[in-house]
Design a protein around this ligand. Structure first.
Ligand code: NAD
Ligand code: 0WE
Length: 259
């Protein structure tokens, strides 16, 4: 819909594609259609088999392994991007993980290890990636996007430790935006409504959540990967030039309702 040249020639690095339903894949397709070049990372070999064909299908030149808890792999990804492209314009962070047992039952029962793991993978990783991205983006400025959820600011049953991690993520977006702003690097979060992805498929009662969201949201529907991609295009292009440190809701308005 008229976005052909919105990101012409922009170099995009994407973390968080697992399969064709991933929110990061929806964003990637939209950015490709807007004229961007894309590089992808995958968590492990099992996911490489899903990610590589998708990436190659849109002409991706760079497809690299990266567990965000592995400092050596993180460094190698940015080294390879610098070598291939001589810089970076856009970074997409769409990575989250908590132990399954911590996404049910009582938050008060979260173990120390489970808490630290959720925060490390889902929040600290943005800080680590932003630090590596800064020198590659400095020359021309850049844009960093992460994905959050409503459970960061209100208690959503069973979201538990992920809610705490998303709160840390949203606060990290503000502190990173302040640090990187003088380098013309913008940092924003998109807080998406529930979408049926691989990460959601492991959640008991997720279908019920989709039904509730649809009923209560002002737009009376759920959001799609394409809805999230639209906001990402806005934020990463010159259309979003004045926006940084924000968490923008793409949730059909769900979060504004009181009852
Ligand atoms: P997804 O399963 O497609 O993506 C999650 C990704 O995280 C996967 O690609 C997985 O490989 C990656 N990941 C997990 N641990 C990792 C690690 N240690 N290192 C590197 N990568 C790792 O699901 P999704 O729903 O597209 O999730 C993407 C983002 O969107 C997440 O941050 C999620 O919290 C957020 N989000 C999802 C929803 C939803 O309802 N699906 C709503 C709001 C926000
Ligand atoms: O951020 C998420 C989910 C992220 C996620 C999903 C899993 C499933 C499999 C993180 N870690 C894991 N670990 C696993 O082992 N969402 C926004 C989707 C989601 O998850 C929920 C939700 C919603 C919405 C969990 C409970 C309640 C609501």
């Amino acid at each position: 819909m008229g976005t052909e040249n919105l990101l012409a020639g922009k170099r995009v690095l994407v973390f968080g594609v697992a399969n064709e339903r991933s929110i990061a894949w929806g964003i990637s397709q939209a950015m490709h259609a807007a004229g961007a070049r894309l590089a992808f990372t995958y968590l492990n070999e099992a996911l490489e088999r899903r990610v590589r064909p998708l990436a190659e299908g849109i002409g991706s030149e760079l497809i690299l392994p990266c567990d965000v808890t592995n400092e050596a792999q993180v460094r190698e990804v940015f080294r390879a991007v610098q070598e291939a492209w001589g810089g970076l314009d856009i970074l997409i962070h769409a990575v989250a993980f908590a132990n399954k047992e911590d996404l049910e039952g009582r938050f008060v029962d979260t173990s120390r290890d489970g808490y630290l793991k959720a925060i490390e993978i889902s929040a600290y990783s943005l800080v680590a990636l932003a630090r590596e991205a800064e020198p590659l983006m400095k020359e021309n400025g850049g844009s960093i996007i992460t994905l959050s959820y409503y459970g960061a600011e209100k208690v959503v049953p069973n979201y538990n430790v992920m809610g705490v991690a998303k709160a840390a993520l949203e606060a990290s977006v503000r502190y990173l935006a302040a640090d990187l702003g003088p380098s013309a690097i913008r940092v924003n979060a998109i807080s998406a409504g529930p979408i049926k992805t691989l990460a959601a498929s492991g959640i008991r009662g997720f279908r019920g959540m989709l039904g509730i969201a649809e009923e209560k949201a002002p737009l009376r529907r759920n959001v799609t990967q394409a809805d999230v991609a639209g906001a990402a295009l806005f934020l990463c292009s010159d259309l979003g030039a004045g926006v940084t440190g924000e968490t923008i809701y793409v949730d059909a308005g769900y979060n504004i309702m009181g009852m």
